[in-house]
Design a protein around this ligand. Sequence first.
Ligand code: ZN
Length: 134
Amino acid sequence: MLKKIDHIGIAVRSIAEARKFYEDGLGLRCERIEEVASQQVRTAFFTLGETHIELLEPMSPESPIAVFLDKRGEGIHHIAYLSDDLEQQLQQVREQGCRLINETPVAGAGNKKIAFVHPKSTHGVLTELCEPEK
Ligand code: ZN
């Protein structure tokens, strides 16, 4: 079952540049910066209530975020839903005929396992399902 929107991922060219708006403009605090080697992405997490903003900066030109920036420019990259049972949730979307980017969960930032559902199956929004590692 889904519990809440965990975070909104925003693709940026530079975290150093983008964090100024979130910190000085919105007054949010950057909780941590974390690199996810498997995705070649650097992430910065800001917390607001129960939800986070995740800034995503490419660490290499091969990063999926670099590809996204080239095609679409900076902006909302994905919405992440927190599940209490990621495997079950994946099975449910699979049964609905949705195209999964990750057939099985992979390691994400913040000690979570994550899986992405293709935007072609979600009316245009890259959708992340995540569950804290136990
Ligand atoms: Zn995410």
